[in-house]
Structure formats: C-alpha cells, structure tokens
Ligand binder design. Structure first.
Ligand SMILES: [Zn+2]
Length: 195
C-alpha cells in the first residue's frame, strides 16, 4: 500500500500526506496546525500517528504550521540546512532532536519509505521536490516550479503518480500589477516576459 492525499494545495497553503501500512508522513505544513489536524481527521488519520514532516522550501504557504505541529506531536522535521536557516521563526519551535537534516540528492529512509530530494527552480533558499519509494512503487512530488528542467524530468521517470504544481496563467501574469522583474521571474528563463 502506498497512498497519497493532497490536504491543501495552492497559494493559500500546501500540505500533502503519504502513507503505507507502517509509515505516515506529511510533505509541508503550509496552513495552521489546527487545520492540518482537522484535514487528517477528515480522512480518518489520527494526527498522533504521523511519523515525520518533509519540507520542500521555507515559504510561508509551505511551513506556516510546521513548528507548531512538530512541537505538539513531537515530530521529526526533515529539511535541508539552507531551508532551515531561512525560516528562523519555525526553527525556534522545533526541538533540536527533531531536526533531521538531509542533503539534496542523497536518499534517506523514514519507516518503510525511501526518499530522494532533488533540486527544483524556485526563488527559495534551496527548494526541492521529492521522489518517494515503497519497495518498487515510486511517487514524485514537485511544487511551485516556474519551469521544467531535464533534471526534474529525470527524477519523475518511472513514477506511478506525479504531483506537479506550477501555477501561473500567462494572461493573468501579463495583466497583473507585478513589476517587470517579478513577471519575468515567474514566466521563467525560456519564456522571457514581454511587457
Ligand atoms: Zn514557494
């Protein structure tokens, strides 16, 4: 068994849930701890049974409830050093023993899940996506990317399921009040934004 559920997705907050028969993890905690607890209860998962939280990057819509959730349920947080340093308010709430640092591209295990973080293009300290295996079954999660890269494509290969979030609408972006530099960044390097 390898189950996936998107608890929250989008600019108002992100949190994903993955479980096997023995292991339950969250990827990001971008809404309040209370909301995440309730959304878990809604899918019949006791928040006390969560084993760990993985962090993709430090933006508030991915970590808002992280520190509180970790503190309340004594949860290990798997994060890279740069991301950890970029979210001091969350870091302060997480007990030292619950900070589990990973190196991007190095595989690690949580229960019976094997996890490989990989780099993604996004304006954060060291943002990453994750490939997650339960034996030979693989799923991959990529959020907030501005554009696709060959490296991401390679990491998505052979996934049974891919969660890919890359949300911008070219027309909405063109008409928005964002400054030109921000519009260009969102549009990505292969599609230079034309004013
Ligand atoms: Zn972001």
């Amino acid at each position: 068994m390898l189950n996936f559920c998107s608890l929250y997705s989008g600019s108002s907050g992100n949190s994903l849930f993955v479980e096997t028969a023995n292991t339950k993890i969250l990827i990001d905690a971008g809404v309040s701890s209370k909301k995440i607890e309730q959304s878990l209860l809604d899918i019949n998962v006791d928040p006390k049974t969560i084993d760990a939280i993985l962090v993709t990057h430090e933006h508030t819509d991915h970590v808002q409830g992280l520190g509180t959730l970790s503190k309340k349920f004594d949860l290990p947080v798997f994060v890279n050093q740069e991301t950890l340093d970029a979210m001091p308010k969350q870091k302060d709430k997480i007990a030292e023993k619950n900070i589990k640092k990973f190196i991007v591209s190095d595989k690690f295990s949580i229960g019976d899940l094997e996890i490989k973080p990989f780099s993604i293009p996004h304006d954060a300290a060291n943002p990453c996506g994750f490939s997650i295996w339960k034996e030979d079954k693989k799923i991959s999660i990529v959020t907030d990317i501005g554009h696709m890269t060959n490296d991401i494509l390679k990491n998505l290969e052979e996934s049974l399921f891919i969660m890919l979030e890359a949300n911008y609408d070219p027309e909405v972006l063109r008409c928005s009040s964002y400054p030109f530099t921000l519009k260009s960044r969102i549009a990505g390097p292969t599609r230079p934004f034309i004013k």
